[in-house]
Design a protein around this ligand. Structure first.
Ligand code: NAP
Length: 244
């Protein structure tokens, strides 16, 4: 993939991994549209990279996903890359305790329903472009769940599965289907300070760009690269180590 001369929609592009990719696509000469719920966060991103185009929206809402698709396909008919990056990570009480189901539903709607639905909405549009791509951001936890975040990990495992099917179904079309599998990266995911131990954002974003430019369809980094390639036996061992 060439990072220049694209029109890209990056969900959750106002912060973290989404913003790091947005600035790299933009600096390479692509037009980049970012969306997210917090208008002030999108505006902060625009101060960092003034060329970004902002669309505030809540992707956990089905009707807002339809509105986003209508607006983007009308205003940017040349859009050729969709990056499904938006995500949330909750830390619910143990599953033996009472649960706030609405929070689990919100996580499923944001991390899984939104990328599935947006992919389905944009496929007819992307089929009209000469080169196009859907890039889904999953997680190393798709392969190796941290049991105390059971729902988050399940959404990412399902997104990995959906991405494999999508890639297979679209294999005879011009749409490339790519899965970016981050390890722990230093962002504010789940709240400030929870991911400070992670890989530096710039290191991970540069690594991602390198793989996109090389045309790779699935890649991780460090722990997530190990997890994605591990045998079932190795996964069992790693799972027990992580969930002591
Ligand atoms: N950081 C890590 O360690 C790590 C590891 C593996 C995978 N990932 C994945 O990488 C992706 C990016 O996360 P990040 O680490 O960069 O964290 P982040 O900075 O919190 O980014 C998440 C983005 O998603 C947006 N978002 C959340 N809910 C949304 C909704 N309902 N509608 C629209 N936008 C929404 C957020 O903006 P608003 O809050 O303004 O809506 C935010 O800009 C996520 O899918 C995450 O699961 C991260």
């Amino acid at each position: 993939m060439n990072l220049a001369n694209n029109t890209v929609l990056i969900t959750g592009g106002g912060s973290g991994i989404g913003l790091a990719l947005a600035t790299r696509f933009s600096k390479a000469g692509s037009k980049v549209i970012i969306c997210g719920r917090r208008r002030e966060q999108l505006e902060a991103a625009k101060r960092e990279c003034p060329e970004l185009i902002l669309i505030p929206c809540d992707l956990s809402s089905e009707s807002e996903r339809h509105t986003l698709f209508s607006r983007v396909s009308r205003d940017f008919p040349e859009l050729n890359i969709l990056i499904n990056n938006a995500g949330i990570q909750n830390r619910p009480p143990a599953l033996t305790e009472a649960q706030d189901w609405e929070k689990h539903q919100q996580e499923i709607a944001t991390n899984l329903e939104a990328p599935m639905h947006l992919s389905m909405l944009f496929i007819p549009h992307l089929l009209k472009q000469q080169t196009s791509a859907i890039i889904n951001v999953s997680s190393g936890l798709a392969f190796l769940p941290l049991s105390f975040m059971a729902t988050y990990c399940a959404t990412k495992a399902a997104l990995h599965s959906f991405t494999m099917s999508l890639r297979h179904q679209l294999s005879k079309t011009p749409i490339k289907v790519i899965e970016v599998i981050p390890p722990m990266v230093n962002t504010d995911l789940g709240g400030k300070g929870l991911h400070n131990e992670g890989t530096s954002l710039d290191v991970f974003a540069d690594h991602t760009v390198k793989h996109l430019e090389a045309g790779d369809l699935e890649f991780g980094f460090g722990f997530s690269e190990k997890g994605r390639l591990a045998s079932r036996e190795q996964l069992n061992e790693m799972f027990l180590g992580m969930n002591k």
